[in-house]
Design a protein around this ligand. Structure first.
Ligand SMILES: [Zn+2]
Length: 235
């Protein structure tokens, strides 16, 4: 692994690659942009964990990626990147938890073309928000809050993607929309679009007050979400 810093004015994003990784020339700059976007939205808010640097690791091969993720099957094959912590048992009742880091799937990064810069920025910003807000287990059924914040901030860096995402949700306004379950994030891209919109609406309503309650597992979102959605669909 040969560490290299991303950009002179963005020493806070560190991309770790092996010498044979085929990263586009703009990859480190995009990682720095992603980290800055994540900090812009989370610094000084109740969601921030005060992490000052994002580490992005690009394993040399897909096999190395699987090893890093501790999986032997192909369940993560189509994942572009993941934000990850490692836990190391120190004693019977003490576990050391590493700082979160982003691990990139080389199947994704090796295939990046010059025109994929925006798409890469979206992926890395999503993961950067997970780093900035901490990788902590969400309350059961609340994965949508963490994923919604990550996806919403990511979409703000890509106006056409944001518009497409909202259009997708709007096309479902007449249907019975329900809160995405934790399981939905494994099977449905729509879960991300829906969560991003919910987070946006919550932020527009009262900044981070409602959002923090949802994140912590307090409150009853089923009750408060319906009016938000109804108003949005009618507007
Ligand atoms: Zn995510």
């Amino acid at each position: 692994m040969s560490p290299s810093f991303a950009g002179p004015d963005s020493g806070s994003a560190l991309v770790l690659t092996s010498s044979d990784a085929q990263l586009p020339a703009w990859f480190e700059t995009v990682a720095a942009e992603a980290w800055n976007a994540a900090l812009e939205y989370t610094n000084g808010t109740p969601l921030s964990v005060g992490q000052q640097r994002m580490v992005v690791e690009v394993p040399a091969t897909y096999e190395a990626f699987k090893t890093a993720m501790g999986v032997s099957d192909d369940g993560l094959r189509s994942q572009a990147a993941l934000t990850w912590v490692t836990t190391t048992p120190v004693t019977d009742n003490w576990v050391e938890v590493s700082a979160p880091r982003v691990v990139v799937n080389p199947l994704w990064s090796d295939a990046l073309q010059p025109q994929d810069r925006e798409a890469a920025l979206l992926v890395l910003t999503h993961e950067a928000v997970h780093v900035a807000t901490g990788v902590r287990p969400s309350a059961e059924g609340r994965l949508w809050v963490a994923e919604g914040v990550a996806e919403y901030v990511a979409l703000t860096v890509d106006a056409p993607a944001l518009a497409a995402s909202e259009q997708l949700v709007a096309s479902l306004c007449s249907a019975e929309l329900r809160l995405p379950s934790d399981e939905d994030f494994r099977t449905s891209e729509l879960a991300y679009d829906l969560s991003a919109l919910l987070v946006k609406l919550a932020l527009e309503t009262d900044d981070y007050t409602t959002l923090k309650l949802w994140w912590d597992g307090a409150g009853t979102p089923q009750v408060t979400l319906a009016p938000l959605f109804t108003a949005w669909c009618e507007s």
